[in-house]
Design a protein around this ligand. Structure first.
Ligand SMILES: CCCCCCCCCCCCCC(=O)SCCNC(=O)CCNC(=O)[C@H](O)C(C)(C)COP(=O)(O)OP(=O)(O)OC[C@H]1O[C@@H](n2cnc3c(N)ncnc32)[C@H](O)[C@@H]1OP(=O)(O)O
Length: 202
C-alpha cells in the first residue's frame, strides 16, 4: 500500500496501519500541483500560520501523487530541554504536515490518532525536513505516515510518524470552534483560500 519505501515502516497492526482493502484515491485535480506550496489553512494556526511570533511556520510543498514535503527551523521558542526542540512541538509539526495531505484529497479531516517515534534529538537552529504521504483510505479514514530528517531532505532520520485522520463535514469546525474565532476565520485569507478547494463554504 505504501507508495514510497524511503519512509521507514513501523510494521505491526496499529490503528494507523491501513487495512488490506484500503485504497489510494486519485489526487484531487484542484489540489496544488507538485512543486507548488500547500498554503496555511489558517493564519492563526500555531504550526503553519504566519500570525504567530513563536509559531513553527511550517512550509509545505505538494509532492507527486498523495505526498508532500515540509520544513521548519527550530527556534529558541521551541525548546524543551536546553537547546533542544520540545517533543510535543515536533509532534505538532507532524500533525500539521500529515494533516496537510488532506488538502490533496480536498476533503476536510481531523486527527483521530497520531503516533510519533523520536529517534534523534533535534537541536535549536536546525531545520527539520518532513516527507509525508497518504498510505491508504478506507471510507472516512485516511491513513498517513511521515519521516523527519535533520538538516536536509536526505539527512539523518530524527522522527517518524503515522496518523489516522477522519474526514468530517465543515460543520465540525463551524459548530465546535469558539464562535468569535469561527466568525473571524470566515474573513481569514488562509481559511478562505483553503476552503475554496474543499467544494464547501465556511
Ligand atoms: C470556518 C471554518 C474553517 C475550517 C478550516 C479547516 C481547517 C482544517 C484544520 C486541520 C487541523 C489539523 C489537524 C488537527 O489539529 S485536528 C485536532 C485534533 N483532533 C480532534 O480534535 C478530533 C477530535 N475527535 C473527534 O472530533 C471525533 O472523535 C472524530 C471526528 C475523530 C470521530 O468521530 P465520528 O463520530 O465522526 O466518527 P466515529 O467515532 O464513528 O469514527 C469513525 C471511524 O474512525 C475510527 N476512529 C475514530 N477515532 C479513532 C482513533 N482515535 N483511533 C482509531 N480509530 C479511530 C472509528 O473506530 C471508526 O472506524 P470504523 O468503525 O468506521 O472502522
Amino acid at each position: 500500500m505504501t507508495s514510497d519505501a524511503a519512509i521507514p515502516s513501523r510494521g505491526g497492526l496499529l490503528p494507523t496501519t491501513p487495512p488490506a482493502d484500503a485504497v489510494l484515491p486519485e489526487r484531487n485535480p484542484n489540489a496544488p500541483a507538485p512543486g507548488q506550496p500547500i498554503p496555511s489553512h489558517y493564519t492563526r494556526c500555531f504550526v503553519c500560520g504566519d500570525d504567530h511570533d513563536a509559531g513553527l511556520r511550517l512550509e509545505v510543498i505538494a509532492g507527486e501523487g498523495l505526498s508532500l514535503t515540509g520544513s521548519f527551523t527550530v527556534s529558541e521558542h521551541h525548546q524543551g530541554a536546553p537547546g533542544l526542540a520540545h517533543g510535543g512541538l515536533l509532534t505538532a509539526a507532524f500533525d500539521d504536515a500529515l494533516g496537510s495531505l488532506n488538502w490533496l484529497l480536498s476533503a476536510p479531516a481531523v486527527t483521530g490518532r497520531l503516533e510519533t517515534d523520536f529517534r534523534r534529538p533535534v537541536p535549536v537552529g536546525s531545520t527539520l525536513h518532513i516527507r509525508a504521504e497518504v498510505v491508504g483510505v478506507k471510507g472516512r479514514k485516511v491513513f498517513t505516515k511521515a519521516v523527519g530528517r535533520l538538516g536536509s531532505a536526505d539527512g539523518p532520520v530524527a522522527l517518524t510518524a503515522a496518523a489516522l485522520f477522519i474526514q468530517v463535514p465543515i460543520e465540525h469546525f463551524t459548530s465546535n470552534g469558539r464562535p468569535e474565532d469561527v466568525a473571524k476565520a470566515r474573513e481569514d485569507r488562509a481559511v478562505r483560500r483553503s476552503v475554496e478547494n474543499l467544494e464547501v463554504n465556511p
